[in-house]
Every structure is written in C-alpha cells, then in structure tokens.
Unconditional design. Structure first.
Lengths: 315, 299
C-alpha cells in the first residue's frame, strides 16, 4: 500500500529523474538512459525471481526478443517503429509461456539451469542467423527512430524521456500487481507453494502469469534499447546479461522496488563511474558482491511486509 | 565407420575432461546444495598456473618429471585456492538465504576471471607443443594421440579412486552423510566443516587436473574460458543427476561424445546450442538427471 510518505519519496525520485539530464553531459545521459532501461528489465526480472520465487537466469531472452522484433520488423519488413511495439510485447509473452510451461514445475536450481540453457540456445540462434533475418554475430544496424505523428524521437534526450516513461509504466504495473489478487497469489506461492495450493491458488497458472507479465515488460524495454543504439547485437542479450539482471535483483533486494533500482544503480552505473580503472574495477566488483551478500544477505534494501509479531515468525 | 570411431575417441577424451570438472560441481552441490559458479574459473586458473610452471621448469627437468611436477604443484595450489574460496565466499553465508550464496559464487567467479586477466592479460596463451610428445597411434585407421591416451587413463584412475574414497573410507562415508542431512550428520559427531573443506579440496584438485588437460590437449587457453568449460561441465553434472558422483562421470562422457558427434556430423557452430537443447530435453523428461533419484519434497 502506498502511504503519504511513500508517495512523497517516489515523487522526489521521479522528479529528480526528470530534471537530471539537464545537469549531465551527453555521455552520462546515455548511461542514465541505459540505467532506466535496465531498471525496467530488472524490475521485470524481479517479478519472476523476487515475487514468484522462480530462479530464472535467462531473462535476457525476453529483453532480446523485444529488441530484435522491433529491429527485424523495422529493417526487414519496413514497419514503422510504433507498429512494432505490440509485437515486441506479445512475442515475448508467447515465448515466455511456451518456454516456461514445460519446465515450470522444476525445483529451484533445475529451473535456473534450464533457463540458462534457453538463453544460450537463443544467443546461438541469433549468432547463426536463423531464417537469415537476425544479422548474425554483428546484429542489425540502422534502425529508424520512433516517429509519433510528425515528431521524430531521435535525440539522446527524447530517448531518455522515453525510457523514463516506460519506467513509470513499469512502476505503475508493479504497484498494481502488489495490490491485486495475482500479486498476493505470487507472494503466497513464493512463501509456501504447497500451502498456497492447498488454499486454492492455481500455482501453475500464476507462475506462468508472472513469466508472461515480466516478459511483456522486458520486451517493451527491448524496444527502447533498440531505439537508443539504433542497433541490436546478440552480445547484448547473452547469458552473462541474464546473470547481471539476476544479480541486480539479489544484490538490491528481491521484491523491493527501491532495492532493485538501487541494485541496478550499483551494478550498472557504479562500474561506469570507475571506467578509468578499466578492467580492475570488475575485480573490486566481485569483492563487493561477496561483501554485500555477507553483510546484507537479503539485499541492500530488503523489502518489509507489514508487521507480523516476532513470536509468530520465529521458527 | 572410421569417422564414427574417431569421433568416439575424441568425444571420450573431451568427455573425461568434462567429467573431471563436473565432479567438482556435483560434489559441492551434494554437500552444500550450492552451484559453485567459481569452479569453472578455478579450472581456468589451474591451466594458467600449469603454464607458468611448465615455462619455468622446461629444460631443467626431463619431460616425464616435468609433467608430474606440473600436475602436483598445480593441484596443490588450486586445492588451496578452493579452500580459500570456500572460507571467504561461502562459509560466511552458510546460514543466509540460498540465493545469496549464488551471488557470492558469481562474485568469486568475477574475481578469479578478472584476476587472471590482470595478471596474464586478455590475449590467449598457448601451451608449448612439446610437453607431451606428439605421438599418434594408428589403430585400423583411427588415430589416438599419446595425450588422449594419457587423458583417458589418468581420468579413469582418478574416477575409480574417487569412487573408492567416497564409498569405502570413513571420510567418504561422512561426506555421503553430510549430503543427505547436514544436521543429522553433525548430531552423529561428524565434523561437517572438515567434510566441506575436504569436498572443496578434492573438487578443486580434480578441476586442476581438468584444467591442465584442457591446456595440454587444446593448447590455447584464455582468461574467460572458465565460463564455457564450467558451464559445459555443469551441464554434464546436471545430465547425470547433480549431487551424484557416478552421474557426473556418466554425464561428462555422454556430453563429450554428443559434442564430438555433433561437431563431426552436423556442424560445429550449432554444437553449443544443441548441447543445451539436450539439457532442456533431459530436464523436461527426467528433471533429476539420468542417475538422480527423485526425492519427495518434505512438508
């Protein structure tokens, strides 16, 4: 539930994101745009990983499907970008349901490994230029900018606000999810899948629901990602990227919106800040990941659910 | 038919290497229920350590002693590395949520991988050609190199030794007990901590042998090869049934042969993708792997 304090905090956060680009040079606007896109993907990953408790390490597939649908439909079939958006949302949904349906019953680590498998097959297919439309290892270049009526959104700033807009949409979607029946169902089945089944929650349906919803959001983020670079390549959606999204959620704090945003900042923007240290930064980064997990095993900003008296939760 | 047997020999060689690395994954998973993502990078590290030792000692020692010395020193250093990894990254998280340990493992993997790159640089390194004499045996048209024979024999000996250790010794029995139920094992007076350290020592030592084989057999090593060899070996462990030691050996062999046949008969650019298709199919139809037992969920 949103109380006045939370509304105020989100208001300040969103307002500062709106004015932020006026204080940054174009390099940093670009970094922040990618930050916003990655935030959306991480928040969508959080629906599956944090809220539904399914170890999905192949989330870059849905992100990539969205990005590639836009790029392919625009470059190969000449669709305007706006017309590709519904496809870039629906295709990841269909893919997520088809991929997840046979494996949804798998326990934790097995699901993780299978999703890694899907992701590697996906990137290999992109690299091997399936159906001759994915552009092979180099990907696709020169995607048109988004045109709404006669305005062409091609400047760095306009992409930033586009990314901001989808982040806003994602936050609203997740807020609605939290306060609705599916959100509560996911929360129950995450805590205890057997017990939730006993009280009549169709766990299989809601697990697929979580996958579909998160795939839709990731696909939408993919569209903006394509627009930002006006290009797509398999490297941006490989298994290492999925590991990044997976780590962002766990480092930030599963099912905590501020946590995931903070996690994205820590895992994506902070390394950009230390760019001059080139390769050494990732070494320090690995150390930081271990230390964060040791000191804050539930993430930097763990989620708090209501107030349950401690004698009830103690085992 | 000759192609078939040639690919079978190649597949068995690669499969033995996968099996050695897979054992490290499966043993740690059995005891700690943790996917040790840093294991692959430890394997890569051992290949680099082996290369340094060979470059330092080459010429000073006779080839046989050089190979033996390289193996022993690399195994010791990698085993120490494995214990340090466990102490620093996993032990503090024994009581934390399981996914936290996964992130810690990924962090450790980043440290090792980038550490290798900082020390030895991002370019691939090449093992000298003459470490193992380049002798080929021709058996009815099928070529087997001395290196392949070495890989097959040493892997076989190590696997039998491990099997005997786990099933016939006291420490091995303790290890199996910890894999079933750590708390119960502790109540029976088993020093669980010691068992975990032993697991990491053995797993890393086998991984080191695997890493050296990769270096000597393929010759080219690169800093981020831990990911791909690690993942393949991990897939082998899963296919066999993770946590199951004979399963990891079987899975490694199957995966190696599968890879070799795909590369020989279909196309090598699809071999990685097909490996994972195989994994997905096995996960769908036999979620606990070939030799894994279906464990009823406790309520």
């Amino acid at each position: 539930m949103m109380n006045t304090k939370n509304v105020l905090y989100y208001g300040i956060f969103l307002a500062s994101l709106i004015i932020l680009p006026f204080f940054l040079n174009s390099d940093w606007v670009s970094v922040m745009t990618t930050f916003l896109i990655y935030s959306v993907v991480s928040l969508s990953q959080d629906i599956v990983l944090g809220r539904a408790g399914m170890f999905d390490m192949g989330h870059a597939i849905f992100f990539g499907l969205g990005a590639y649908s836009t790029a392919i439909l625009n470059m190969v079939y000449g669709w305007p970008i706006l017309a590709t958006v519904p496809v870039a949302i629906i295709l990841p949904i269909i893919a997520s349901v088809l991929l997840a349906a046979p494996i949804i019953h798998l326990r934790g680590d097995y699901l993780l490994v299978t999703t890694i498998g899907f992701n590697i097959v996906f990137t290999q297919a992109l690299k091997n230029n399936v159906f001759g439309i994915t552009g092979g290892p180099n990907g696709i270049f020169g995607v048109e900018p988004l045109k709404i009526f006669n305005f062409s959104l091609s400047s760095q700033m306009s992409i930033y606000y586009l990314a901001f807009f989808i982040l806003l949409l994602t936050l609203i979607t997740i807020h609605n999810l939290e306060t609705s029946k599916p959100g509560r169902a996911l929360h129950y089945l995450n805590l205890d899948s057997l017990a939730s089944e006993c009280i009549g929650i169709n766990t299989r349906f809601y697990r697929l629901y979580a996958f579909a919803l998160s795939a839709a959001l990731a696909g939408l983020a993919g569209v903006v990602f394509t627009l930002q670079f006006s290009a797509v390549s398999p490297g941006a959606f490989n298994f290492i990227q999925s590991v990044l999204f997976f780590t962002i959620v766990l480092v930030g704090g599963p099912s905590s919106i501020p946590g995931v945003l903070l996690g994205t900042f820590f895992m994506f923007v902070v390394p950009e800040m230390f760019r001059q240290f080139a390769e050494a930064r990732y070494l320090v980064f690995g150390v930081a990941m271990i230390l964060i997990m040791i000191w804050r095993p539930k993430g930097i900003w763990p989620v708090k659910f209501g107030k349950i008296p401690s004698y009830l939760t103690k085992e | 038919m000759e192609i078939f047997f040639q690919q079978l020999v190649n597949g068995l060689t690669i499969g033995s290497i996968y099996a050695l690395v897979a054992l490290g994954y499966t043993m740690v998973y059995g005891v700690l229920k943790l996917i040790n993502f840093a294991h692959g990078d430890l394997v890569a590290l051992s290949a680099y350590i082996g290369l340094v030792i060979i470059m330092q000692l080459m010429g000073a020692l006779s080839p046989t002693i050089l190979i033996i010395a390289t193996f022993i020193i690399t195994i010791i250093i990698t085993a120490i590395g494995g214990v340090v990894l466990e102490r620093a990254a996993y032990k503090p998280l024994r009581k934390a949520p399981r996914l936290s340990a996964v992130v810690s493992a990924l962090g450790a993997s980043m440290i090792i991988e980038n550490g290798i790159m900082l020390i030895w640089g991002p370019m691939p390194r090449i093992f000298p050609a003459s470490v193992v004499p380049n002798t080929n045996y021709n058996i009815h048209g099928v070529y087997i190199s001395l290196m392949q024979v070495l890989v097959l024999i040493i892997s076989f000996i190590l696997m039998v030794a491990l099997y005997l250790f786990v099933n016939r010794t006291k420490l091995g029995t303790a290890m199996r007990a910890c894999a079933i139920d750590q708390d119960a094992a502790r109540l029976m007076g088993i020093n669980v901590d010691k068992v975990i350290v032993t697991t990491f020592v053995i797993g890393s030592a086998l991984g080191a042998v695997g890493g050296l084989f990769i270096g000597m057999y393929y010759r080219g090593i690169y800093f981020n090869m831990g990911w791909i060899y690690g993942l393949n070996a991990f897939v082998a462990a899963i296919i066999g049934g993770i946590g199951n030691i004979p399963g990891a050996m079987l899975g490694g062999m199957l995966l190696g042969i599968f890879n070799a046949f795909i590369a020989g008969y279909v196309s090598s650019s699809w071999s990685l993708a097909l490996t994972y298709v195989l994994l997905i199919v096995i996960m769908i139809f036999r979620p606990t792997g070939i030799l894994g037992e279906r464990v009823a969920e406790k309520v």
